[in-house]
Design a protein around this ligand. Sequence first.
Ligand code: ADP
Ligand code: MG
Ligand code: ZN
Length: 625
Amino acid sequence: MLKKKKQKPTKKTSPKKNLKNLIWYTLLALALLSIFSSYFTGAKGPVSKDFSQFMEELSQNKIKTVTIKTSENLIIGEEKNGTLFKTHFLAYPELINDLKTKGIDIKVDPTNSNWFWSVFLQTVFPFLLIGFLWFFIFRQAQGANNQALSFGKSKASLLQKKDKNKQTTFKDVAGVQEAVEELQEIVDFLKRPKKYQALGAKIPKGVLLVGAPGTGKTLLAKAVAGEANVPFFSLSGSEFVEMFVGVGASRVRDLFKQAEKSQPSIIFVDEIDAVGRHRGAGLGGGHDEREQTLNQLLVEMDGFDEKASIIIIAATNRPDILDPALLRSGRFDRQIVVDKPDIKGRLDILKIHSKNKKFAKKTDLKVIARRTPGFTGADLANLVNEAALLTARENKKEISFAELEDATDRIIAGPEKKSKVISEHEKAIIAYHEAGHALAAKLLPNTDPVHKISICSRGLALGYTLQLPEQDKNLVTKEEIENQIKILLGGRIAEEIQFSNNSITSGASNDISKATDLARNYICNYGMSKKLGLRKFGKDNPQVFLGKDYSDHSKDYSESTATKIDDEISNIIETSYQHTYQLISKNKAKLTKIAEVLIEKEVLDSEELDKILLTKKKKTSRSVA
Ligand code: ADP
Ligand code: MG
Ligand code: ZN
């Protein structure tokens, strides 16, 4: 919750203020109108008369002319002495006769007598309204525009001139060490572009930071600018969406111009998915503002000089929906994953955000770090702040463990966190699942070494086991594919072995889908299945049209073959499952050991894993279930 509040106030004119202005203008306009109308209608307006008085004056021959306003049931008349009057019109036949016999000039007027208003409403008012709205919108647009045009500039110079120890640097970021290491190179380039240019080295133009909301992508981008001490031009994709036609594109143009003038510099496009969505997905995809902005961005990225020392950093939490054009080489071809922090990372982040706050002597942040799996940096910052607020509410001077715990509970129970937070039990399940993958990979022959196991969520997956080949491979053997399928199934099998068959989870869905794909390729593309033989089933690259392929043209075999393929896929997976189940249940002690250490540390590298597997079941400390 707090996170959102923090991000919003960059806007200079709040909508509330605009509304207030609008109301004031409207009131002013109405006041002016009423003055005008009373001037026109009031001063020379006819005097009201009772109907009886009118009848009497009629019989006394005082009336000269009458106009019957049928639309309003009014009679407007002129007396012989020249005074104008009005009265209600009663449509009784004698009246007309009377008027006729008195020889009075009768006019009938079906239009509205309130001429000022009617003329006004019909002619002037629409123009006024349009003008008024135009003025208002224009002001707003200009406001946005000004903001757009000056935002980069003012912000950049602000960041540049801030004294050095107030700038955001890598010291303000924790728990994302890998991302920091990768960005270090960018910093070095921005500091000493000549060094790289002299060597003719090409530095990536665009760097895409990918990670869940709140993991510190924006913070990292600012830290790069702070470390390199260069101007930082920032704009946010979601701002474009609110803009008026053409503004987005022109803002991009302007931004690049400014950045070019003050190079070395950084352009930061936050939430790039808001503009960088897949173009033309959806039939008849329109040529809208977003698309124009995206095109302009691509044009600018391609346009600037190879030698320019401008780095474009973009951030997104949805790399999957980005337009492929953005990811092409020469654009955002380097992607850096910003992960959710592990237990140690969380401790470091808590420390950073506790720096300027007073804590009671014996507060142990480690316990909080252990209690907060699945928390992002923003959640942790929020946690510390919430604890400080609680402390203030209780009129205490120092934040103690109780408030930190209380704040943790609040955030876990909060609407934003509820779905994302990982409970102790879920953590155990994820640990066993990943341990299952890792153990299978370790026990099966000729598999790639396990590089890292993590039960911190990365993107959509809750945990991951990363295997890296020792060298590049261009060919995959039959055995490797079979092992790969077994490793994929290992996660689910471990869940099954440790917990009961009834409590297996949906966590394996991605594994199952990958295993199925592998088995299909094994049969249909690689001809590795004896039953179906050396044949290719299905076409590659079905024709792509309208941006994306919506139809399935790929089937080029009979229904009975389809059944055979289906059966064979099931067969391969079933056999692999049986084999892996045997393997893991025979080594259950090892599985437990890996899982327990994972629960404790959340991340294991290859060496740690080897150590665990070497120490032959010394002690089985506690069992988690
Ligand atoms: P994102 O851009 O990924 O959504 P932000 O960079 O806006 O996340 O993070 C919001 C705030 O959360 C930051 O200003 C910072 O206070 C805190 N924060 C997030 N990640 C970290 C981190 N890795 N280390 C320290 N603080 C962090
Ligand atoms: Mg952000
Ligand atoms: Zn898995």
